[in-house]
Write a protein that binds this ligand. Structure first.
Ligand code: 8YV
Length: 318
């Protein structure tokens, strides 16, 4: 059986499926410097990716199958140069991540955490009714990144009768207003939802100027990557009231979260759980294993990243 290196945690179901087809070794139990050459395949995830050092120690790997849609932690260009295919798990998580974005938005607008604490603390009896909140309906929403998940967020905002505009590298064939100037977009909306890929191209795309343009009445939602938002500027804008609220699923140095953010009442914080439901992780896990098994069988894969397409030219995608 081919040798599979497993980086990060996978579900029991994924492990059982992987063991039917591969000799599996967790990253923690192997010295890659001396044993790396025996591995044919790598299973990793969007957070851990594959470091350059590990890639160098794996000269015979043919495919890196990543558990997640974002693959900014894998140098897919370099992998392609070495003839290594990278696959990821697009589409199957679109609805879940979109739900997470709406969940964060609603929790910020309706002060879900404050009002939950209002009940638990007894403030309802001692102080009476909780202060009013903001309605989620009829908001002007800016979406940064109008890819598969961005479009799903827009679709799910339908019942809230949102007025949607978006910023992306290029205009898309979607029924929403395209705004090429990100600061202008932030200035024109009530809530900015970030769902663009991570990596060097989008590093600190959401900077102080964007946050200040969103302003004291504005809400920032980030379900993309922590690297897309300048976290130091975010903390300072939230602390000084230059930005109103933030709902964050991702952070610059996960799992570390700035203490200043943890102490704030105008933020809702999640531990990167955008796709983390039983149902969606099962679909993602199946795709991760299917890509590996299909490649081991006949060299085909189901969901390669765009950088890997030249390696597959002439080979059918399943
Ligand atoms: C995963 C994600 O949590 O798909 C992504 O890009 O951020 C998440 O769905 C991540 O890949 C870690 O497994």
């Amino acid at each position: 059986m081919p040798d599979l290196l497993i980086i990060g945690r996978i579900t029991d179901k994924m492990e059982r499926a992987a063991k039917e087809h591969f000799t599996c070794t967790p990253r923690a139990s192997v010295d890659l410097a001396s044993e790396g050459a025996r591995f044919d395949y790598v299973l990793t995830n969007g957070g851990a990716g594959l470091s350059r050092q590990d890639m160098d120690a794996l000269p015979n790997v043919q495919l890196i199958s990543s558990y997640g849609v974002g693959y900014d932690a894998i140098d897919a260009q370099e992998a392609a140069r070495r003839g290594i295919i990278v696959t990821h798990t697009p589409d199957v998580l679109n609805a879940e991540v979109a739900t997470t974005a709406l969940l964060l938005m609603m929790a910020c607008y309706r002060e879900l955490l404050r009002d939950d604490a209002w009940v638990r603390s007894g403030a309802w009896s001692s102080e009476g009714e909780a202060p009013l909140t903001r309605s989620v309906d009829h908001q002007r929403i800016g979406i940064v990144g109008m890819g598969r998940i961005g479009q799903e967020i827009a679709r799910k905002l339908g019942p809230f009768e949102a007025n949607i505009a978006y910023h992306a590298r290029s205009e898309k064939d979607v029924p929403y207003r395209f705004e090429p100037d990100l600061v202008a977009l932030a200035r024109s909306v009530d809530c900015l939802i970030v769902i663009t890929p991570g990596g060097a191209a989008t590093y600190h795309l959401i900077d102080r100027a964007v946050l200040e343009a969103l302003g004291p009445g504005g809400t920032l939602i980030n379900v993309a990557r922590g690297s897309v938002v300048d976290e130091t500027a975010l903390v300072s804008c939230l602390e000084t009231g230059r930005l109103g609220w933030a709902g964050l699923d991702v952070f610059e140095a996960e799992p570390k979260v700035p203490e200043a953010l943890k102490a704030m009442k105008n933020v809702v914080l999640l531990p990167h759980v955008g796709s983390a439901t039983h149902e969606t992780r099962a679909a993602m896990g199946k795709l991760v294993i299917d890509n590996l098994v299909s490649h081991a069988r006949d060299g085909t894969v189901q969901t390669p990243v765009p950088e890997s397409l030249p390696l597959l030219a002439g080979r059918a995608l399943r």
